[in-house]
Design a protein around this ligand. Structure first.
Ligand code: FCB
Length: 478
């Protein structure tokens, strides 16, 4: 793997017009949780529930980007990036989650107008995510995404936003990582709303996808021609030892179908994957006529979030060894594990740039002609100020360097990749990890809200400027 990446000693170019951006999400950066008429979301409830988030951290203040958006727009510009992916907080627009136009919180819409105008003034192209996990608590109280009605309420909200902001937004992402919402939020309960119920998670999967389909239709009805509409998936390559026996190969196919195919197949082909585990598949009774047609309406692009692969081996899910985790429900005798000999980030996530290369080529083969954006990729690391006042986040530079080399190679080998957004512009509220994990290319001192670009910001700005990624150095400075 490493050979394939290091063997070329040249700059690897990206196509002309390639988008270089940075990404954030509303609950992770905005703060101002009760300002300007915002209603609570499931993440407010979850983070305020003792024991759910490390250190009792919440997004109440976060990076205070609600008040500091001009400074943040300046930062993006100073890095020479052409695009910014941020998300809109649904309960800022509709504090009770529903109600159509009469219930719209104008102050919420005005905030996003100001942000979009600040970006436009600086020549930064917005890519706007409509749902990055902050379901209005009022809708959760009525069943949340387990209820079909939430998909309809989502489309209603999206229509309000599309009408108000459509003239300012060229690119919309309906949902961020529906797999993580269903799995982490409703199957294993480590994210809001903290449920642990397979049947609920399966229903949530279908209703999220339906919400995407209805929202995409709503956007197309109210936004100008030429507006791009897509969705962002978290995609996870499944890895085995090269000599893995047939039963493990089968488990890998099932896991791939249950993690990735569960979302890719309905979106691309209008059907759920036959290979997925029954436990994760939405039951037929939930799927109404027309749902799959709405879900599979053509996308303008697919957003890909890539962080790490998953490795499988034989094991006992009831007696896990160090480094093991349960595989999906229904996969007997198989566990996930982290090969200790491979490199990890400080999230404990495996570093596997080749996984990104393979994923981009696979998607370009499965969906020929569909533009891909890497809407998130990045590295959690222990960042700190050196005595010289510099945050020398070498680990992140290495991570980005390797993944950008992999992306450039994939483009060279035929992947239809149109852009890359680093996760994240800022250190921010990292969900169940709170502020303990830093993903930013810009350091945030949460006590003062001072922002300081890290060494990785300089590296990334250089790649964006050159539209090419330099060779890996023979040796990294220590
Ligand atoms: C992704 C999320 C994003 C961020 C990164 C590290 O799953 O979309 O908000 O937390 O992980």
């Amino acid at each position: 793997m490493t050979d394939a990446i290091t063997s070329s000693g040249e700059d690897l170019p990206f196509p002309a017009g390639f988008t270089w951006g940075a990404a954030t999400a509303a609950y992770q950066i905005e703060g101002a949780a009760t300002a300007g008429g915002r209603g609570p979301s499931v993440w407010d409830t979850f983070s305020h529930t003792p024991g759910k988030v490390r250190g009792g951290d919440t997004g109440d203040i976060a990076c205070d980007s609600y008040h500091r958006y001009v400074e943040d727009a300046d930062l993006i510009k100073s890095l020479g990036l052409s695009a910014y992916r941020f998300s809109i907080s649904w309960p800022r627009i509709l504090p009770s989650g529903e109600g159509g136009k009469g219930a719209v919180n104008q102050a919420g819409l005005d905030y996003y107008k100001r942000l979009l105008d600040a970006l436009a003034e600086r020549g930064i192209r917005p890519s706007v995510t409509l749902f990055h996990w902050d379901t209005p608590q009022a809708l959760q109280d009525k069943g949340g995404w387990a209820s079909r009605d939430t998909a309809l309420r989502f489309a209603e909200y999206v229509s309000v936003v599309g009408e108000a902001l459509g003239d300012r937004v060229p690119t919309w992402v309906t949902l961020n990582e529906p797999h993580v919402v269903a799995h982490n939020g409703h199957r294993i309960g480590v994210h809001a709303p903290g449920l642990t119920d397979d049947a609920v998670a399966a229903a949530v999967t279908h209703h999220l996808l339906l919400g995407h389909g209805l929202a995409a239709g709503a956007l197309r009805a109210v936004t100008p021609a030429g507006t791009e509409v897509g969705i962002t998936l978290s995609l996870t390559p499944v890895r085995l030892d090269s000599d893995a026996p047939e039963d493990l190969q089968h488990a890998a196919r099932v896991t791939d179908a249950s993690f990735n195919g569960l979302f890719l197949d309905p979106l691309l082909y209008g059907r759920y994957p036959a290979h997925a585990l029954p436990e994760v598949l939405p039951p037929a009774g939930l799927i109404r006529d027309g749902d799959l047609a709405a879900i599979s309406a053509p996308l303008d692009f697919l957003g890909v979030n890539y962080y790490r692969p998953v490795h499988l081996r034989r094991g006992d899910p009831a007696r896990l060894l160090l480094g093991e985790a349960p595989a999906l429900p229904g996969l007997d005798g198989v566990v996930q594990f982290d090969p200790a000999e491979l490199e990890h980030t400080n999230m404990g996530w495996l570093i596997d740039p080749e996984g990104l290369y393979e994923l981009l080529l696979r998607l370009s083969k499965d969906a020929p002609g569909l533009p891909l954006y890497i809407t998130e990729n990045g590295c959690g690391a222990e960042d700190y100020f050196g005595t010289d006042g510099v945050v020398n986040d070498l680990e992140r530079i290495k991570y980005l360097h390797q993944h950008l080399r992999a992306a450039a190679r994939a483009v060279n080998d035929g992947a239809n990749l149109a852009g890359y957004f680093v996760w994240s512009l800022l250190d921010n509220f990292e969900w169940a990890w709170g502020y303990q994990k830093r993903f930013g290319i810009v350091y945030v001192d949460f006590a003062t809200q001072n922002r300081t670009p890290k060494a990785s910001a300089g590296f990334y700005a250089g790649v964006a400027r050159a539209n090419a990624v330099p060779p890996l150095p023979a040796e990294w400075p220590v």
